[in-house]
Ligand binder design. Structure first.
Ligand code: UFG
Length: 331
């Protein structure tokens, strides 16, 4: 299988590329390196630096790389807070970029795409665990652009031979067990890497955003899913499309919720170090509880998450962060 990975130098993209290459696939990466890292690019992947909004660039890559079976699309901005202060940045890259990509793919006969979507498409859930058929009502621009991208695929598929799989991730976390790649965002906004900055000596304490939610310990509950389990779902989704599977949408989570307090306690166990915690106000826009039902991905794709123990997940992240306190800037 020859796979084009847009955003293959980013966090989830780079892990998927490593797993694709282990599975024997031929991989072509396109990444602008605006948020991705050249050191996250697998040495056996063919790498093209460029922007998906640049049609001439995409055409030139597609001319050179004949025989692409499927695309996996991670190339998007993903900071919820920034999407609220600069919404048009998100429309421009996430939506316009995807539109140009689809135009180029259509022109070059690439008709299968796996797409990185998000639990943020649901907004405040009506119930948990969340099913793919539940109401989608995003509460931030990031989620809105991802939902609009899903709809762009739907209507394009309707009009052309395109088939797509949209994967709605819950909280991606952890690092590759080979220790070579992991999470490196700048600025970092995700809970687990921020927690691990405390034992790593990069910050004094972790702030818990809100202790008055309607949850057992008052802190928000999320469904944490290992990045390698997300990677395996992308490969299964590409294979599903290769076998003729119809366009589809799947949640990806473990179906188990952990509160912010529980995550901090588990990080203390995984690192063997005390983590100084301060309790602050709520962050705007955080739903109290987000838990996925991933039964559909399990039954249709045959997906089986392997790293479903939170302490093990955090241990893989800690293995990365303690050896790379400055992310990919370290050797
Ligand atoms: N949190 C803290 N302190 C911090 C950082 C986070 O208490 O310093 C809390 C948040 O309030 C939230 C939980 O930890 O309750 C998880 O926060 P993250 O920022 O790690 O993740 P989110 O659940 O906000 O967002 C994630 C992805 C988004 C995606 C969303 C879908 O980062 O890209 O899931 O629900 F849109």
């Amino acid at each position: 299988m020859k796979v084009l990975v847009l955003g293959g130098a980013g966090y989830i993209g780079s892990h998927t590329v490593y797993e694709l290459i282990t599975s024997g696939a031929e991989v072509v990466i396109i990444d602008s390196l605006e948020t991705g890292h050249i050191k996250a690019v697998h040495p056996q992947a063919k790498f093209y630096k460029g922007d998906i909004r640049d049609r001439a660039f995409l055409d030139s890559v597609f001319e050179k790389e004949k025989g692409i079976d499927a695309a996996i699309h991670f190339a998007a901005y993903s900071l919820v807070g920034e999407s609220m202060t600069n919404p048009l940045k998100y429309y421009e890259n996430n939506m316009y970029g995807t539109m140009v990509l689809l135009q180029a793919m259509t022109a070059h006969g690439i008709d299968k795409i796996v797409f990185s979507s998000t639990a943020a498409t649901y907004g405040e859930p009506e119930r948990v665990p969340i099913l793919e058929t539940d109401k989608t009502f995003p509460t931030n621009t990031y989620g809105e652009t991802k939902l609009s991208m899903e709809k762009m695929f739907k209507w394009t598929a309707n009009a052309t031979g395109l088939r797509y799989v949209s994967l709605r991730y819950f909280n991606a976390c952890g690092a590759h067990t080979n220790g070579l790649i992991g999470e490196d965002h700048n600025p970092e906004s995700h809970l687990i890497p921020i927690i691990l900055q405390v034992p790593n000596g990069k910050r004094d304490s972790i702030s818990v955003f809100g202790t008055d939610y309607d949850t057992p310990d008052g802190t928000c509950i999320r469904d944490y899913i290992h990045v390698l389990d997300l990677a395996s779902a992308h490969i299964l989704a590409a294979e599903y499309l290769m076998k003729g599977g119809e366009s589809n949408i799947f949640n990806l989570g473990n179906g188990v919720g952990h509160s912010v307090k529980q995550v901090i306690e588990t990080a203390e166990e995984a690192t063997g170090l005390a983590i100084k915690t301060v309790y602050g106000d709520r962050r705007a826009g955080d739903p109290a509880v987000l838990i996925a039902s991933s039964e559909k991905a399990k039954s249709v794709l045959g997906w089986k998450p392997k790293h479903d123990d939170l302490e093990e997940i955090i241990s893989t992240a800690w293995n990365w962060h303690k050896n790379h306190p400055n992310g990919f800037e370290d050797k």
